[in-house]
Design a protein around this ligand. Structure first.
Ligand code: CAA
Ligand code: NAD
Length: 294
């Protein structure tokens, strides 16, 4: 199927990036959030990144204007009616995602394809709640979506071959390396990466090193671009806890269980970079590790 208009739901960390890469690939994009402030914040980040690309000479001003002109923000479902592809990037919560899909199923044209950017939920649980399980797949981007090269294209038992093919051609057009993943909780990357991040918290709880030492060690000793605590704060501790809970529920293995420190930080409202405080405090000029007397 030919895609010309893409709908993105959720203008948070992932949704704004997915909207930007889609518009950069020439698609018309409608970006929706349920909260005006978050929608404005997401669009503001796109404006900032486009301005930076122009400043650095990576993009002509006219091209940046073209990208921005292809993105429309909304709080409504109506503008999704003629979308060829809808990608949801809302909160990692099955009940919220099902409510959204039920609404969109009644609004978006019948031939439109639905995709979830979920990190850990089974795609089939969302597909089966719609009247179009054959036109439903997973398109799992990585944070930041503008920069990370990978897209996991997830086929569930009901995904039709032409839907899967459309997912791959969309991924290639937005410039991603596409990998075919099965609908196994956590797909490929999170199945391996999430236990690593959770284990870093356990290592800290057990006194293996400080937040800064563990980060520095994994950067310099394993060549990771970010240490695990910087990455946890970057992904979002609320999202990481939701992912851990879903993966633990599915596999019942300790490696997926959210450590007590993570649970308590989320209860305290410390979500990482997006809330200004997580394993590091972001209120000053440079991030400082937080003293966790939890
Ligand atoms: N949004 C958009 N662009 C960003 C960005 C952001 N949040 N952060 C950095 N960039 C861009 C910068 O603009 C810069 O581009 P230019 O050089 O063209 O200006 C480029 O990325 C490099 O940035 P920096 O030089 O500032 O920093 P860096 O070299 O350290 O790279 C990084 C930043 C790409 C984020 C790098 O630190 C990195 O790869 N970190 C690991 C990220 C990672 O592992 N992501 C996966 C998380 S797990 C996941 O996503 C799955 C899930 O379901 C939870
Ligand atoms: P986020 O908290 O930054 O953003 C979620 C956004 O969705 C918020 O702005 C919220 O207002 C909005 N929202 C909630 N319900 C909505 C609804 N019904 N309609 C429209 N908007 C709604 O979360 P995020 O980190 O962008 O994660 C979004 C999804 O992407 C999750 O499924 C997550 O697991 C997945 N994901 C996250 C990452 C990451 O590193 N954070 C990476 C890959 C995938």
């Amino acid at each position: 199927m030919d895609i010309s208009k893409v709908g993105v739901c959720g203008a948070g960390l992932m949704g704004h990036g997915i909207a930007q890469v889609s518009a950069q690939a020439g698609y018309e994009v409608v970006l929706r959030d349920c909260d005006q402030e978050r929608l404005d914040k997401g669009i503001g980040k796109i404006d900032k990144q486009l301005a930076r690309a122009v400043e650095k000479g990576r993009m002509e001003q006219a091209d940046a204007d073209g990208v921005r002109g292809r993105i429309t923000g909304t709080l409504e479902a109506g503008p999704f009616a003629d979308c060829d592809l809808v990608i949801e990037a809302i909160t990692e919560d099955l009940a919220m995602k099902l409510e959204l899909w039920r609404e969109l199923d009644g609004v978006v044209k019948q031939e439109g394809i639905f995709a979830t950017n979920t990190s850990s939920l089974a795609v089939i649980d969302q597909a089966a709640a719609t009247g179009r399980p054959d036109r439903f797949l997973g398109l799992h981007f990585f944070n930041p979506a503008q920069v990370m090269p990978l897209l996991e294209v997830v086929q569930t038992v009901t995904t039709a071959e032409d839907t899967l093919a459309t997912g791959f051609s969309f991924g290639e057009r937005v410039g991603k390396l596409t990998v075919h993943a099965k609908d196994k909780t956590g797909f490929i990357v999170n199945r391996l990466l999430v236990p690593f991040m959770l284990d870093a918290i356990r290592a800290y709880e057990e006194g293996a090193g400080s937040i800064e030492q563990i980060d520095a060690a994994m950067k310099a000793g394993a060549n990771h671009p970010m240490g695990p605590f910087t990455l946890l704060d970057f992904v979002g501790l609320d999202t990481t806890k939701a992912i851990a809970d879903i993966m633990f529920d599915e596999y019942r293995e300790r490696r997926f269980a959210a450590p007590p420190t993570l649970r308590k930080m989320v209860s305290a409202g410390w979500y990482g970079r997006k809330s200004g405080k997580g394993f590091y405090d972001y209120s000053g000029e440079k991030p400082l590790p937080v003293e966790l007397g939890l």
